[in-house]
Design a protein around this ligand. Structure first.
Ligand SMILES: [Zn+2]
Length: 329
């Protein structure tokens, strides 16, 4: 059966912003090119605005927000903005619904920016992209808001608290995919103490119980996300699944169901431009079974004897769809 797919994370925008001459239609260049999404029956794709911690991060983020808006204007026969009507009339859509998200709040505020500049950047990006599917405070490294995956011992900083306070009540989830454990803990703690209204998710993360890696979620945080009604998008990167074992992808998915995530587990493939990535050990970035978004139907097929139809529907699109329907109310 060819299920519609919702995918919570790809880096098409930073590819288009960084690579001269890049187009969203070049199948040989990026695994989430529009023809791959169409082949995979991906009906909704979150497009991350990704930036490093650099002084130009705010310009880079604004450029990607502009690219998002231009994509919608230029390619409206293939893609559509995921507005309330799109979510409500999901079955009737024949275009790919897209929504932008922030991967690394360095795009909202570099290390030098004043709060006035941060608020104006936030509002400026939101004006271009209409709605944010989620915000992640950090990437792998540390920034003014907190500590990323590879910064053990650095948690939520005062600027991180201030940004959370600003996000509260705006129906924008906070993403745990690139937090240090201490940052994840700090965010939950601050949300609870201040009684903030911020959904929590992990847009593209696997489970540390299945494969030990700082990019993967501990069961403690995964269960916390589930308990709070959030979603967890399974990541397809070989490095985070288990670099030697393609089938480990199934174990991560099953684990999500086993720990109570039947209504939380979804896809967050994490396709990005890999050609200029220097670390040779990361190549190939994806196992053949999920090497591009066109592989979704065959992936679903190989799960058919392992999951019930109901579970497959939840995983493919229903959990993410219901999550976004729910938080916009
Ligand atoms: Zn990422």
């Amino acid at each position: 059966m060819k299920f519609p797919i919702i995918d919570m994370h790809c880096d098409l925008l930073s590819y288009l912003a960084r690579i001269p001459g890049a187009t969203p239609y070049e199948k040989g260049e990026i695994a989430c090119a529009i023809p791959w999404l169409q082949a995979g029956n991906v009906r909704m794709q979150i497009l991350a605005i990704y930036t490093d911690v650099k002084s130009e991060s705010m310009d880079m983020a604004m450029r990607q927000a502009q690219i998002f808006s231009d994509l919608l204007a230029k390619h409206d026969s293939d893609i559509a903005f995921t507005d309330a009507d799109f979510l409500l009339n999901w079955e009737k859509q024949n275009r790919i619904g897209v929504m932008a998200a922030i991967e690394n709040a360095a795009g909202l505020g570099n290390e030098e920016a004043s709060w006035e500049e941060i608020y104006s950047q936030f509002d400026g990006i939101l004006a271009k992209v209409n709605k944010l599917a989620y915000i992640g405070l950090t990437h792998h490294t540390e920034n003014r808001f907190g500590g990323g995956n590879y910064t053990e011992g650095i948690g939520l900083k005062d600027d991180g608290k201030k940004l959370l306070d600003y996000i509260s009540g705006k129906n924008i989830p906070i993403d745990f995919s690139h937090t240090s454990d201490l940052l994840a803990e700090g965010i939950l703690d601050h949300i609870d103490r201040q009684n903030l209204k911020i959904p929590v998710i992990a847009s593209h993360s696997n489970f540390r119980e299945i494969y030990t890696h700082p990019r993967n979620l501990t069961d403690e945080f995964a269960k916390e996300i589930i308990h709070r009604g959030g979603i967890i998008g399974v990541n397809f990167l070989r490095a985070f699944l288990d670099p030697e074992v393609p089938e480990r992808l199934f174990d991560h998915i099953f684990h999500g169901f086993q720990i109570g995530g039947a209504e939380s587990i979804c896809f967050g493939a994490d396709y990005f431009y890999t050609k200029d990535f220097e670390d040779a050990s990361r190549h190939p970035f994806y196992f053949p079974l999920v090497e591009n978004a066109g592989k979704y139907p065959s992936l679903i097929e190989s799960l058919e004897d392992k999951l019930s139809e109901d579970q497959l529907i939840n995983l493919s699109y229903r959990n993410s769809l219901e999550f976004y329907r729910k938080i916009q109310n």
